[in-house]
Design a protein around this ligand. Sequence first.
Ligand SMILES: Cc1cc2nc3c(=O)[nH]c(=O)nc-3n(C[C@H](O)[C@H](O)[C@H](O)COP(=O)(O)O)c2cc1C
Length: 339
Amino acid sequence: MLSYRELHEAGMKRIREVDAEHLMDLGAETGAQNRMNREYMESIAFEMRFMGSNYADTKTSFFGHEVSHPIQHAAMSAGRLLNKISTYWEEPYIEDMAAGLMEAGSWFWAGALGNQEMQRIINMGVPTVRIVKPMSNPGWDENEDIIRALKDAEQRGCVAVGMDVDVFFGEKTHDEPPFRYSLGPKTMEEMRRFVEATSLPFIVKGVLSKQDAVKSKEIGAQGIVVSHHGGECIDYALPILRVLPHIRRAVPDMTIFAEGGIQRGTDILKALALGADGVCMLTILTIAYAGHGRRGVTDMVRVLADELMRNMSICGCQTIEDIEPSILWMPYPDRNRGE
Ligand SMILES: Cc1cc2nc3c(=O)[nH]c(=O)nc-3n(C[C@H](O)[C@H](O)[C@H](O)COP(=O)(O)O)c2cc1C
């Protein structure tokens, strides 16, 4: 298995070769939200609990499906970054990425991909989550298309579906005009219709407030992703770990994924301690993919799962259920752990 450093260095080398480094950190306007997100994550420290501890078990389950660890892929479409690095590999990169994830025990989260691409992934046996965009075009009943896409995902064999509500008002990359073509806000009633269109678990992606978490539950969603879409929503968005414990308390029985800036096993453990059931990540997997293709993705997930296992053991958490906020400390006096 390649090490984290080997995976990271090879990936960044390749990304620089194809002149794609500027596509790695896509915050809106100043990008403060991604900086604040990492700064907050890095300001949290662990206490150690060795006495009586043993090697941890990272297995858990999502919506009734057992998984060997809580590390998930974040919703992905093609896009500028992947198009730049993909030509390096002979096989279609979406399939390659999905195969690498399956090998390591993670699901594939399909964003704005074509149905045929998604079907090829499902046929490979990769558990797939379909995240549909809030499409909106004047003069066209996009809601019927959304409902068709949700039903289609169910028929094709997806394990869950959802919508990235954090792009209701478009995605914004630095000072580029916001990408809002075909996207638009949906009412609570429309959201409820989407949830009711499928018997699969519905996940609301892009929740960063107690209000949205509670409203997601009200419409019948089973899961949420605490995320700000890699920073492409509002500048100065709250760090995900800052808001996560408040969201967990507001919706104690929902499945919560946390995503955004997660790069190491310690980041994952912090998210789990603050209320997440699982984490999603894309940037770090894209780096691994850029350097070593399918194998890079598999190795990166395995490296992170090993890091999580060891860190859990050191903090006296033998199972995922044992992980709780008191293993964390905020070394700075004006901050506290999730209160
Ligand atoms: C190349 C790329 C494509 C993405 N495509 C989608 C998409 O189709 N749908 C979606 O909801 N999010 C999409 N995202 C956002 C990710 O799901 C995720 O929110 C974001 O990358 C933050 O996680 P990270 O910091 O681990 O990358 C995309 C991100 C990247 C980098």
